[in-house]
Design a protein around this ligand. Sequence first.
Ligand SMILES: Nc1nc2c(ncn2[C@@H]2O[C@H](COP(=O)(O)OP(=O)(O)OP(=O)(O)O)[C@@H](O)[C@H]2O)c(=O)[nH]1
Ligand SMILES: [Mg+2]
Length: 577
Amino acid sequence: MADRFLERTGAVDAREMRDQVLDTMELERERGITIKAQAVRLPYRHKDGKTYTLNLIDTPGHVDFNYEVSRSLAACEGAVLLVDAAQGVQAQTLANAYLAIDAGLEIIPVLNKIDLPAADPDRVAGEVSALLGVDAEQIVRVSSKTGEGIDLLLERIVEEIPPPEGDPNAPLRALVFDSYYDPYRGVVCYLRVVDGELAQGDELAFTATRERHSAAEVGVLTPQARPVQTLSAGEVGYLITGVKDISRIKVGDTVAHNRDVVPLPGYAEPKPMVFSGMFPSDGDDFEDLREALDKLKLNDAALVYEPETSRALGFGFRCGFLGLLHMEIVRERLEREYDLDLVATSPSVAYQVVKTGGSTLEIRSPADLPEPAAIDHLDEPVIRALIVVPTEYVGTVMDLAQTRRGTMRHMHYLTPERVELTYEIPLAEVVFDFFDALKSRTRGYASLDYEPAGYRTADLVRVDILLNGQHVDAFSAIVHRDRGYEYGRKMVTRLRALIPRQLFDVPIQAAIGSRVIARETVKARRKDVIAKCYGGDVTRKRKLLERQKEGKKRMKMVGSVEVPQEAFISALRLDDE
Ligand SMILES: Nc1nc2c(ncn2[C@@H]2O[C@H](COP(=O)(O)OP(=O)(O)OP(=O)(O)O)[C@@H](O)[C@H]2O)c(=O)[nH]1
Ligand SMILES: [Mg+2]
């Protein structure tokens, strides 16, 4: 739909038009999803003869990138809420509608994809009308494919969304709602001027960071960056100060001429929810991985990481992500844009450990869990999950939520055919495979959105994997006590198939504390590698020995057991399937 807007307003030339103009990242285009919000200014000529300037921010829809949505909402007067006329109201529709209502925005609900044969605009209009309390007749119906309804929608935007209220003569206050790092120009801030005027060359004060910078360039996005002399109240544009270090600019900060202004309400920092260890398959690539993460972080404030050492996988980083999709995308970008081959440990969440002395500790890796004797209890993060599902699947969803330790909070019929369920579920269960299970059990009809809902005490244990009595850190996992056996069994079976025979029997055990819950054995081998070379072919023998030496380099010693790093990698990769 953004493409159609750009086209209709003449912002993008017909010759330069392509699909998903605002999704500029390679991965966005390939996967057909928006990851990062994008701002653009559109000149729109209304039928009343006047030309209006529309500042549009296109936001992602996936729950992992919700913080992009909430930041954008704080910079806008209104929101166009898109609902797929074939699919109907989804969990994200509700979540985003609630966010927009809380932010006090004028909402224009729109049914999109009315060209699809499966579209049922009347039914979906009924759902939207029940959700927002608007007249079903009034809901705009468009097709972004054929362009039908787009003109009407643009008219409605001008007529219904109030113009910005800021005072151009008041002292400058501008909200930094996004930023990105440009290797040539340094940090580029996207901002919305709320009051006053921002001109090129101005000396600026950033109220939160207390930094002072001058405005080397200000401009608008058309969508190309175009420098302008000034940006005044109500306008959206960019600011370049020449700052190279992105950590010196804070998204959510207020830009002013002096520090005495009342800062605009900023944003809560995005909080990583899912953690995973990332290791280069080839230990020599560790520095490259660090450099790649440093670079990626420049344009992804939500990504966090710290070095981590693993006995099985060597040197790497423990990384924090907003959710599973975010994790997948970061990993894919690292592998693709930085040409790295990575191994990731299974995703986990951060736990609050309440120690026997009463002090608390947050751990992001199972390896950091203190001794059992030092732990009073463990609290795990829970989320409030919003699930929207056709009525016939309610029973199925309830069963699933039950097995994933969910507690129902609300059940609300949006329409007689569609139900909104609210559950509190441990985040660890969602990270595990809740979404996949939900999708497959509802034949794809359920949608899920969630937000953090604090911590809850749970009966959790750490399952350790031991190789010949030695603990292999990368495979430790914190799981609910009821799941401990299942996890332990799975890992020992997997490792037995992957670990080559040694000169002695190697026991593989899964243990909770000192109690072994599962065990397998890799039987001792008898044959020697040279024994294969009966004849006198020396070169062949030498070659074999050479190859063995090569292989040795990639071997990890766990106690006295030699394990090819590949075995560990494969054991973890099986999780990907
Ligand atoms: N038939 C038809 N397809 C459409 C229409 N609008 C969008 N699509 C298709 O739907 C898919 C998703 O469109 P996007 O515009 O990328 O969706 P989005 O809402 O921006 O998705 P996110 O940004 O990832 O949340 C693409 O394959 C589009 O071509 C429409 O009106 N009709
Ligand atoms: Mg998009």
